[in-house]
Ligand binder design. Structure first.
Ligand code: SAH
Ligand code: SF4
Length: 350
């Protein structure tokens, strides 16, 4: 009978120690292996040069390292880099490296595809295949961090979960990946520099309130009008604007954190003064910061980018209410690397 090998990175340090104990090997080996797996991002046991050949063979016989690998790299005119990654089972996901004046941001995926089918999003068109494991999420950051060094000679300044998928529907893997990304045994990146973007899953926002993680959250609101929201975001029917407000109030009371509101502005859909007023009312409930996101074209979506004049009036109104608001210019559009465009030309995930 062929024994199924286990992905070694699903083991905790304690479980690795137990493995070495059982094999009558010194338990400090576990720490060495753990360091290779996480801090040094080893992709094979042969790289672990401070281990004896026998130990490397032992590991090979018992485990795999289900690392992700770079599949393709594309560079935009504006410097943005899109990288597609191949997973151990052949599926493809995408991550983006976005350089700007004083920071470099890694945008990473949480799922292969997405089950939620928002009308304006290319990932939503593809449907859902599977959740990413926490080590696969970690790998994206480790690889993008290496790329930041290689191409921009600097360290990553921010990480956003704004690639493919809905992070709060892959909750445990997200939390575990951030644990190791922020740990000194992993990449040692501050959780304050990490933002998890969600379409708004009420139950899980409450869970975040209870778990009180140190990273930030962003809500992809796009309109504070419940009926309009349901017409473009199907999951809003079970997670209404009213319920979202209640869950975010709870989250804020429990964590004291400010909430980022993402607002993709579409022509003649959510760009009027009435829309701005509804958004301002929504923002009265807790401290917020709004990011207005330019709509990035997705084939056959039927949406268009809002006109500049409308955008300006919209922003001025919110500013007059003393709300912090930034306009996020689209990046990497020419290579389909901008928000919501991941998988635009992919067609399939394998
Ligand atoms: N599922 C999560 C995170 C991934 S989507 C979420 O929905 O928040 C990341 C961001 O891209 C979200 O704010 C989403 O609304 C936005 N987005 C999706 N399609 C877009 C498009 N075509 N143009 C601009 N932003 C888009
Ligand atoms: Fe999924 Fe977010 Fe795209 Fe909606 S916007 S389909 S939740 S990835």
């Amino acid at each position: 009978m062929i024994k199924e090998k286990k992905n070694i990175r699903s083991l905790s340090l304690k479980e690795l120690k137990d493995f070495f104990d059982k094999k009558n090997e010194k338990s400090f080996r576990a720490k060495q292996v753990y360091e290779w797996l996480w801090k040094k991002s080893a992709r094979s046991f042969d790289e672990m040069t401070n281990l004896s050949k026998e130990i490397r063979i032992l590991l090979n016989e018992n485990f795999t390292i289900d690392a992700i690998n770079i599949n393709t790299e594309q560079q935009s005119k504006d410097g943005t880099k899109k990288i597609s990654f191949k997973l151990f089972d052949g599926y493809i996901i995408e991550g983006v490296l976005i350089p700007s004046k004083n920071r470099i941001t890694a945008c990473i995926s949480s799922q292969v595809g997405c089950s939620l089918g928002c009308k304006f999003c290319a990932t939503g068109n593809l449907g859902f295949t599977r959740n990413l494991y926490f080590d696969e999420i970690y790998d994206q950051v480790a690889i993008l961090s290496k790329q930041a060094r290689k191409y921009f000679n600097t360290t990553l300044s921010n990480i956003v979960f704004m690639g493919m998928g809905e992070p709060l529907l892959n909750y445990e893997n997200i939390l575990k990946s951030i644990d190791i990304i922020t740990s000194t045994e992993g990449l040692g990146i501050s959780p304050q520099r990490i933002t998890v973007s969600t379409v708004g899953i009420v139950k899980m926002i409450r869970q975040l309130g209870d778990d009180k993680p140190k990273f930030n959250i962003a809500l992809s609101l796009h309109t504070a009008n419940n009926n309009k929201r349901s017409s473009i975001i199907p999951v809003n029917k079970q997670n209404t604007v009213k319920q979202l407000i209640e869950s975010l109030k709870y989250y804020h009371i429990k964590t004291g954190k400010r909430i980022t509101i993402e607002y993709v502005i579409f022509k003649d859909f959510n760009d009027s003064l009435i829309d701005a007023k509804e958004l301002a009312d929504f923002c009265k409930n807790f401290p917020v910061k709004i990011n207005i996101i330019e709509y990035n074209p997705v084939e056959n979506s039927g949406f268009l980018k809002a006109e500049n004049e409308k955008l300006e009036t919209f922003v001025e109104f919110l500013e007059s209410k003393n709300i912090i608001i930034n306009i996020r210019k689209s990046r990497g559009k020419d290579i389909d690397a901008a928000c919501g465009q991941l998988a635009n030309k992919l067609g399939s995930l394998r």
